[in-house]
Design a binder for this molecule. Sequence first.
Ligand SMILES: [Zn+2]
Length: 344
Amino acid sequence: MEAFFHPDQKRHHPHFFLRFGRVVACFETPARAEALVEGVREAGWRIREPPLPDPEVLAAVHDPAYLAFLRDSPGEWAGLPEAGAEVVPNIHPTPEMLAHGARKPEGVVGRAGWFLADTACAIGPATWASARASAGAALAAANAVAAGARVAYALCRPPGHHAYAGRAGGHCYLNNAALAAETLRRAGASRVAILDLDVHHGNGTQGIFWQRGDVLTVSLHGDPRHVYPWFVGHGDERGEGPGEGANLNLPLPRGAGDDAWLAALDEGVAAVRRFGADALVVALGFDALVGEPLGFLAVSVDGFARAAEAVSALGLPSVLVQEGGYAIGSLPELVARFLSAWRG
Ligand SMILES: [Zn+2]
């Protein structure tokens, strides 16, 4: 079985993370990719280097002006007096401003506030190269499944599920899972489901498919009243227009372990079955692990292996897209156990 990873994905190296008002080292590091590569090898899956996608391919899901910002803003930023090494926003349009006609500004400081949701998605000189290569891994895995593979793993780093069509957020720049789903749709799958196991709500993915009835988005995650992304991810968000009923959120309380998490997963799997999906994308975060640095839930390594059995029992052609997971010492075992437990 095949996995996809491009060495450019290690170039992005964010300088900091703002945690409870303190500047600390960023959790989303190149070492994560190395740990995941180790686990994929342990599982015996072959790793292939994907082609780098053109911006037109990424525009299947993303706003071209946003893509240009990711590519060009570090150069503009460097021209600011005494600029830091990364593009970081310090203001965002508030709901009041948006209701009163807020529009995208011209200066790079203002555009940073427009295109970046928070301070956990700084853009450095190599961010575009890494995000593009990460998306390339998702696209190559989706193309492999569209061409007949039963399963493929995209070792996506940086991750993607907090990225909207036109906005980065929470370590995510390009929505790899959404790109995989859209690729499967365009290759002929009539209904695609995305099942997001990351501990954080897949808000970007939900946003991209909010008004679409052909892609079901399911996310099980920590209750957003108490954890990122804070504002969305509630159980009553169902989608809109043709997408009404094609979004399912399964929030879990702090500290929930294997039993509660796997019971929620069963609900998600049942929803995928009811939807009649003919292909599946798993947004595979490992940060629901007990003892995670950004921890909220308490799922065990065994729990993740059981999740692989439960989801693969759907028998659908599946693209596994890596999302979060920051316990670097545990990542090799987590991915090795998950891939080895996948049936089909
Ligand atoms: Zn996460």
